[in-house]
Ligand binder design. Structure first.
Ligand code: HEC
Ligand code: HEC
Ligand code: HEC
Ligand code: HEC
Ligand code: HEC
Length: 198
């Protein structure tokens, strides 16, 4: 995983760090579509009430369309273990603060949400994100097996275009066995009950 280069540097360095991230992710073919650069600018949204958006409301209005879309931060920068573990990994406070010690936000709704993050950090309170995708306990889903075969940009196949989502929601019903079996059938992958069920 690439560590934030920007941790203790000034705001100028942070901007350079982000530009570097954007360039690298462009070269390696990141998730975000490259053709229509202008439409990548995430829309302005008020943070006060996100209940009109699809998906569960989160303790902090963290926007994938800004981080992964507009600023092209790669999925694996935050979901660091997706290619090596069953669990993709949710970024720690430290990962967020690597940037947000410096980045306070430009518009007022961003400032309000980033302040919540900074307050939680100074109080050492972890953020309790509400989980969106969750298979039943008797089911085994190894992310790494899928990323190794389907590639690092396969997230979209199952999760939809997260880089365009202000708030994450479920595009595919992962709690329906048919969703898994259809693809396994198409790709000639095992359908043995015991590989998925404990
Ligand atoms: C690589 C740098 C980077 C990292 C890591 C990062 N952010 Fe950001 N974040 C940004 C930038 C750039 C903006 C846009 C700031 C602006 O212009 O208002 C932003 C904006 C935000 C905003 C306001 C817009 C929005 O999304 O609602 C919030 C809240 C936020 N970040 C939370 C987080 C949290 C929580 C984490 C960790 C899970 C995190 N950020 C990790 C760079 C980063
Ligand atoms: C700056 C850090 C950051 C980046 C970059 C990032 N994510 Fe996330 N992601 C988070 C955080 C924090 C959460 C938990 C809060 C939420 O659900 O919005 C999350 C949640 C998710 C979820 C929902 C998890 C659940 O509970 O089911 C999915 C799916 C996801 N991310 C996919 C992606 C994909 C795909 C990309 C790249 C296009 C990406 N993420 C880039 C930080 C990030
Ligand atoms: C083949 C389908 C598939 C692909 C491809 C896939 N995921 Fe998932 N993802 C799932 C399923 C199913 C779950 C729920 C797993 C569980 O409950 O154990 C999930 C859960 C998650 C979560 C929530 C985990 C948590 O601990 O809260 C995140 C974050 C996530 N995926 C990110 C990604 C990212 C990033 C990629 C691409 C690098 C990706 N996923 C690729 C199917 C997929
Ligand atoms: C988009 C296609 C796709 C979807 C959807 C999908 N899988 Fe897979 N899955 C694959 C591929 C391809 C492999 C083969 C990986 C390999 O050869 O190592 C695989 C492998 C697996 C394995 C390892 C099999 C083994 O031989 O050990 C498990 C377990 C698994 N998937 C569970 C699931 C579950 C559970 C779901 C639904 C929540 C799911 N998969 C959805 C494509 C998919
Ligand atoms: C590729 C992975 C995969 C394979 C192979 C698979 N299942 Fe499933 N199965 C799932 C998923 C995912 C669910 C939905 C779990 C949930 O509710 O989150 C499920 C749900 C079920 C349920 C419903 C249980 C409930 O939660 O209500 C039964 C029964 C079941 N499977 C039996 C089987 C049998 C029998 C086989 C072999 C013929 C099989 N499964 C093969 C992934 C798989």
């Amino acid at each position: 995983m690439r560590k934030p280069v920007l941790i203790t540097l000034g705001a100028g360095a942070a901007a350079i760090g982000l530009a570097a991230l954007a360039i690298t992710s462009g070269r390696t073919g990141a998730q975000a579509p490259k053709s229509v650069a202008d439409s990548l600018k995430a829309p302005v949204l008020a943070a006060g009430d996100t209940s009109a958006l699809r998906g569960p409301r989160q303790p902090i209005f963290f926007r994938h369309d800004i981080h992964a879309g507009q600023f092209k931060i790669q999925c694996q920068y935050c979901h660091y273990s997706v290619a090596v573990s069953s669990e993709p990994g949710i970024p720690s406070m430290q990962t967020c603060m690597g940037c947000h010690n410096v980045i306070a936000g430009t518009d007022s709704s961003h400032k309000v949400e980033i302040k919540k993050l900074r307050d939680a950090s100074s109080q050492k309170k972890p953020i309790e994100w509400t989980r969106v995708h969750f298979v039943a306990r008797h089911v085994h889903f190894p992310h790494m097996r899928h990323i190794q075969v389907l590639g690092p940009n396969a997230c979209q196949t199952c999760h939809g275009d997260v880089a365009r989502m202000p708030q994450v929601y479920k595009v595919n019903n992962v709690n329906n066995m048919g969703f898994c079996i259809t693809c396994h059938e198409q790709r000639g992958v095992t359908r043995d009950c015991a590989v998925c069920h404990y």
